[in-house]
Design a protein around this ligand. Structure first.
Ligand SMILES: *[C@@H]1O[C@H](CO)[C@@H](O)[C@H](O)[C@H]1NC(C)=O
Ligand SMILES: *[C@@H]1O[C@H](CO)[C@@H](O)[C@H](O)[C@H]1NC(C)=O
Ligand SMILES: *[C@@H]1O[C@H](CO)[C@@H](O)[C@H](O)[C@H]1NC(C)=O
Length: 886
């Protein structure tokens, strides 16, 4: 995409109409399209004379642009060629009638064949087989004989497509054809092998010919010579050159190949001397030899020397320079020296009226596109159009890429949709850009259909494009398309990356198609690709959700075999799921057995299973594991004991828990960790009185209970309205020198928000205290403020400070403050939000929902919506409740 700086620069250059439009306020998206306006303006004379509003202009500009391109593209009249290839496409090889029909149709289209025509058709075609069919058909036409050039071209097509077997078959067939006698058999074979990069075979055949008294003609000699140089068979080159000279075949082609032979051996000085010798004899009449020499210097990275040669011979005026300029521009561009190439082109254009050939423009544009120099691409397109240079396939592809990169998706789409009209066949670069751009624009369906089309045309996207599209399909849940894409890819021997598979499997899991995900995972296993750890997690969670504990268990074992480490939570989920199936004991023990057979029996395995059974509310199973562990000689450590205790508590087996605890007293010192587990565990199942007894007992035994025990007890006491006891515990906590934690503070504030009872209890309690320490009084003030009993100034900055004096604030505290504030002024709430962010607190879902809800309550729907959008942007999924509101 063009940068703003770039746009500002181009604006200054562009026509007045652009300036006119860009001052209009409704054109915020203009910066994407500076070229579009210029383009449209320069093509449409009607436009400059009418004072259309910018909106109408926006709508009409893309049509104008497309139609102006259409006219230009249509200059390339290939309808004829397209028809020929369409006919060849319908021909069924083994069907005589079909062949005959195709022959007739072709004869009607191209009644009189010439060498040039056949060469043009062959260079236009992109399907090797179609070219071969055409070649075959042409050879059978009365009055036309294939020439060296046509043979050479078809051989080159075959060898470029790396179809050696097809080529040999072709050479074989060729021996039996009836046009055999017209073209010399051996010449063709020698050329064929030379072009196919087999100069040794070609030389052998050549030797055989000479033995039989036959000889090559000039054309074939040069094909052979060139192949020898290309394949670096330099020792034979000299011999063949001598043969050529002896026969008087020596010409500029010979010289060019000899120059290439020098520079391929890094003998550039000799090449140059040889060339200067030729020039002094006036023997480079079309600039071909010089262009090969310049190319040689460039290929050896001697650009300065090459440039000097170009300038020197231009000034001498002894050699025509068109070809040389073309090669020089191409080499500069390909070496990434784009600015030099463009400057050179500008200079030669203005001083000498030099106009490059279309393929030189193409090289420049492709390279410029790669470097995102869109303005210059555009200028070249304009220059070509204005210079009435007929575009070719590559030019059109460059234009398509340009539209994509400039963000002109609508134009790109329209040009693409009209591709048959323009005879535009996108190449792989254009397909890649186009698909990427469509994905970026969110037009995934279009991107997918373009991809299908590209596959029909024989292209497959690059790795990056593939994963961009695959990611987009997965993200949008277009999973059938994704499946199709993967199948096609595999059919093309293209293996998508592990992360693509991971995303696909995860998307299938999300869409509740875990079976499909599992199938793909199985396929990957089959070809020895290891799914990512995350993929295993997703699969296991999904099987848990569909109550397939057996499969989840299998995956849990498998992932360890593949070297991934599961978490305790994952074990928990699998065990809980297993315990919901039939025969839970059997399933559970089977998993334990499998796990033990994969690892040395270790404390952690038993602990994970005790924990899992506890969470699945199967304390007997936990106990069984606990016993097994001891039987196999592993001493339960503190964690094992705590987990076992928690297993009882979680299932509200209080008597068992107390008995276990009594047993523990025999085995170990009862420290804070164990009592903490006991108290917290009791609180979690609402046994507030037993927990309180335990707390007191612990304290009486001289152990100070953990802060966590206090937190849970205070929370539970507040929930059951026993504020007296809660306040006493807070007092006690302070007396033993502990701080009030955020957790406790938040519980108090939350209850104050709900009712005034906490405040009243606190006020009564305080009356009875002799020591009125300042801290508890500040806490009381806060409770009063939150329950609306104490008036505070609107300055809530102050309230934060007050809270800070009692306990450290956390996000939860801020959320409550926000909730309190959004009962009144939303602006204050927003200020608090900003402050909390400034202080480094990370807002969470509740934060955003509080604000959205607040705005909604105040009837400010639009703002409420904005906050929900903000949530989405941060990747936080809003709850269903809030989504209903907005
Ligand atoms: C995609 O491009 C089209 C055409 O330019 C535009 O109308 C649409 O708003 C774009 N969509 C997105 C999500 O950018
Ligand atoms: C496992 O599935 C159950 C119910 O199907 C669900 O409540 C639980 O959250 C799931 N656990 C995990 C870790 O996915
Ligand atoms: C008990 O053993 C497991 C596994 O070796 C270990 O992870 C855990 O930290 C141990 N617990 C204690 C309290 O040492």
């Amino acid at each position: 995409m063009p940068s703003l700086k770039h746009v500002a620069k181009s604006r200054a250059l562009l026509s007045p109409i652009l300036i006119l439009i860009s001052t209009s306020p409704a054109s915020s998206s203009l910066y994407l399209h500076p070229h579009l306006y210029y383009y449209a303006a320069s093509f449409s004379s009607t436009l400059t004379s009418t004072s259309t509003s910018s909106n109408t202009f926006l709508r009409s500009s893309s049509n104008l642009l497309v139609s102006s391109f259409k006219d230009w593209f249509k200059q390339r009249n290939n309808a004829h060629f397209d028809q020929i290839f369409a006919i060849l496409g319908t021909q069924v090889d083994d069907d005589w009638a079909s062949r005959r029909a195709a022959d007739l149709a072709l004869s009607r289209l191209a009644p009189r064949l010439s060498e040039d025509f056949v060469l043009e058709v062959l260079s236009y075609g992109k399907d090797v087989l179609a070219c071969l069919k055409f070649f075959d058909w042409a050879g059978r036409q009365p009055g036309f004989h294939h020439t060296r050039a046509t043979f050479n071209t078809i051989l080159k097509i075959l060898s470029k497509a790396e179809l050696m077997s097809l080529m040999l078959e072709f050479l074989d067939n060729y021996r039996r054809q009836r046009y055999l006698h017209r073209v010399r058999f051996h010449d063709t074979l020698v050329m064929g092998y030379a072009v196919a990069g087999k100069p040794d075979v070609a030389l052998q055949l050549f030797g055989k010919m000479r033995f039989q008294g036959l000889d090559l003609d000039s054309f074939a000699y040069h094909v052979l010579l060139n192949a020898l140089v290309e394949e670096s068979c330099f020792d034979v080159v000299e011999i063949i050159v001598k043969q050529i000279q002896m026969r008087g075949f020596e010409n500029e082609i010979t010289h060019s190949i000899m120059i290439k032979c020098y520079w391929k051996q890094n003998r550039l000085d000799e090449a140059e001397a040889f060339f200067r010798g030729l020039v002094s004899q006036g023997r480079d009449t079309n600039g071909h030899v010089l262009s090969v020499l310049v190319d040689g210097f460039c290929k050896n990275n001697m650009f300065e020397k090459a440039g000097k040669l170009v300038e020197e011979f231009q000034e001498l005026g002894m050699v025509p320079m068109e070809l040389v300029y073309g090669v020089w521009i191409r080499d500069l561009a390909q070496a990434g020296r784009l600015s030099e190439a463009l400057d050179f082109l500008r200079k030669k254009k203005s001083l000498e009226g030099y106009v490059p050939e279309v393929f030189r423009y193409n090289v420049l544009m492709c390279q410029l596109l790669r470097e995102n120099r869109l303005e210059e691409v555009f200028n070249l397109l304009m220059e070509m159009k204005e210079g009435e240079i007929c575009p070719d396939k590559v030019t059109m592809n460059c234009a398509l890429c340009f539209f994509c990169k400039a963000g002109m998706i609508d134009v790109a789409l329209e040009v693409y949709n009209l591709r048959s009209e323009f005879a535009l066949s996108p190449n792989s670069m254009a397909y890649n850009y186009f698909i990427n751009t469509l994905c970026g624009n969110g037009s995934i369906d279009e991107a997918y259909s373009v991809l299908k089309n590209s596959i029909d045309q024989g292209y497959f996207p690059g790795r990056r494009t593939f994963s961009i599209l695959a990611d987009a399909l997965c993200r949008q849940g277009k999973l059938d398309k994704m499946k199709d894409l993967v199948l096609v890819a595999l059919g093309k021997n293209f293996m998508p990356s592990a992360s693509t598979f991971d995303k696909f499997i995860s998307a299938l899991c999300r869409a509740r198609r875990v079976e499909d995900g599992y199938l793909i995972h199985g396929e990957l296993n089959r070809i020895n690709k290891v799914s990512k750890r995350n993929t295993y997690f997703n699969l296991i969670h999904s099987f848990n959700k569909s109550n397939r504990g057996d499969v989840a268990a299998r995956l849990l074992i498998e992932m360890q075999e593949k070297g991934h480490t599961p978490t305790r939570a994952l074990f928990r989920a699998v065990i809980r799921c297993l315990c919901d199936m039939e025969n839970p004991e059997k399933q559970f023990l089977k998993l334990l057995e499998m796990q033990l057979s994969h690892h040395e029996p270790d404390c952690w395995i038993y602990n994970f299973f005790i924990d899992g059974a506890g969470h699945a509310k199967k304390p007997e199973l936990a106990r069984e594991v606990f016993e097994m562990m001891q039987r196999s000689g592993i001493k339960p450590n503190l964690s094992s004991d705590i987990l076992m205790l928690q297993s009882y508590l979680r299932s509200e087996r209080i008597a068992d828990a107390l008995n276990f605890f009594t047993d523990l007293r025999q085995r170990r010192n009862i420290g804070r960790k164990l009592t903490n587990s006991m108290i917290v565990g009791l609180c979690k199942v609402n046994k507030v009185n037993i927990a309180l007894d335990f707390l007191r007992e612990t304290r009486d035994n001289g152990v100070v209970p953990s802060t966590e025990s206090y937190e849970y007890l205070i929370k539970l006491l507040c929930s059951s309205g026993e504020y007296d006891t809660a306040i006493n515990l807070i007092d006690e906590l302070e007396k033993v020198g502990r701080q009030i934690t955020s957790f406790i503070g938040n519980v108090l504030l939350l209850h104050s928000l709900k009712s005034r009872e906490l405040y009243d209890t606190w006020a009564r309690w305080r009356e009875l205290q002799s020591d009125k320490s300042s801290r508890t009084s500040i806490l009381g003030l806060l409770i009063g403020a939150f329950s609306g009993q104490v008036r505070v100034s609107q300055d809530f900055d102050n309230l934060e400070e007050v809270i800070e004096k009692c306990f450290p604030l956390d996000v939860y505290t801020y959320n409550m403050l926000l909730r309190r504030l959004s009962m009144g002024e939303m602006d204050l709430a927003c200020e608090l939000f900003d402050r909390m962010c400034q202080r480094g607190y990370e807002p969470n879902r509740w934060t955003y929902e509080t604000l959205a809800h607040g705005f909604f309550k105040h009837g400010r729907r639009a703002e409420a919506k904005r906050w929900v959008e903000e949530m989405f942007r941060r990747g936080i999924e809003p709850s269903e409740r809030i989504q209903q509101f907005v």
